[in-house]
Design a protein around this ligand. Structure first.
Ligand code: CP
Length: 298
């Protein structure tokens, strides 16, 4: 994976995904120290972020590397009309890798074409968020002790939610059974469904959490991506996870959420043993450390 772009989760084979998870586990158990001393990561965020940006920056600093970048595209020469292509071409000369978040689908691919410096997609519009998927898989493996053969319910905005797009593509490697729980207007895009069908992944559609909660091993909650909707859509009651609803699930059920949460998981759920979303966010540090060491070749 040295000097590779990570634009889509499809850029990684199953073996490569598993190797990132193994490295992340090693790093979580035994922090490696400053093995990336002398390297620079450009952190280029044209869209708001808490976890992705700060966990990548923390990961790089804990590995002894340096971070340059910005958290607001309006502070860059993009504001003066510079293209993303030119911006990335220049930043590629200044850093050893680029982590990019951008509101446009395909922005990370465009950046990767502009520079030979590795580009890691930190989320491009409603398209993909591959490093979140690595955090998700790491957490699923940690809390369920396996990745193979699980029943996974993906809940909320499956149309604009980039985390679920990358996640289902990755889960296709692991013989999982998928339940899609969303309003009809926010259903999983046809292109992704076609890809799952062609790989023989079993899935079904549902209009409420009640329909699937007793069968799920993992409940992957997501928020409605209001920033990508022309009109705001009211969160439907059937997509809000409450302690009472959670009691109807298996004892071994675990709840994940890429965060940020708005109101799709009641705060009381946080204290329940099924809640793993804050651990999932913390795991982002180890997974992103693993990815940086593998891409930067240490
Ligand atoms: N999960 C995630 O991408 O969070 P941020 O938007 O805070 O980076």
């Amino acid at each position: 994976m040295i000097r590779r772009d990570i634009v889509s989760i499809k850029d990684l084979t199953k073996e490569e995904i598993l190797s990132v998870l193994v490295r992340a586990k090693e790093i979580k158990t035994t922090p490696p120290g400053p093995i990336l001393k002398g390297t620079i990561m450009a952190s280029c965020f044209f869209e708001p972020s808490t976890r992705t940006r700060l966990s990548f920056e923390s990961a790089m600093k804990r590995l002894g590397g340096e971070v340059i970048g910005f958290s607001d595209g309006q502070s860059t020469s993009a504001k003066k009309g510079e293209s993303l292509y030119d911006t990335m071409k220049v930043i590629g000369e200044l850093a050893d890798c680029i982590v990019l978040r951008h509101p446009l689908e395909g922005a990370a691919r465009q950046a990767a074409e502009a520079t030979d410096t590795p580009v890691i997609n930190g989320g491009d519009g409603a398209n993909e968020h591959p490093t979140q998927t690595l955090c998700d898989l790491f957490t699923i493996q940690e809390c369920q002790r396996k990745l193979e053969g699980l029943n996974i319910a993906l809940v909320g905005d499956l149309k604009f939610g980039r985390t679920v797009h990358s996640l289902v593509l990755a889960l296709a490697h692991f013989n999982c059974r998928l339940f899609f729980v969303s309003p009809a207007s926010l259903a999983m895009p046809d292109g992704l469904l076609e890809s799952l069908r062609s790989q023989g992944v079993p899935f079904s559609f549902h209009g409420s959490l009640e329909e699937v909660i007793d069968r799920a091993d993992i409940l992957y909650m997501t928020r409605i991506q209001t920033e990508r909707l022309s009109d705001s859509l009211e969160q439907e009651k059937s997509f809000v996870l409450t302690p009472a609803l959670l009691q109807k699930g298996k004892e071994s059920l675990k709840v994940l959420h890429p965060l940020p949460r708005v109101d799709e998981i009641a705060r009381e759920v946080d204290k329940m043993p099924q809640a793993h979303y804050f651990t999932q966010a913390k795991n982002g540090l180890y997974v992103r450390q693993a990815l940086l060491t593998m891409v930067l070749g240490s």
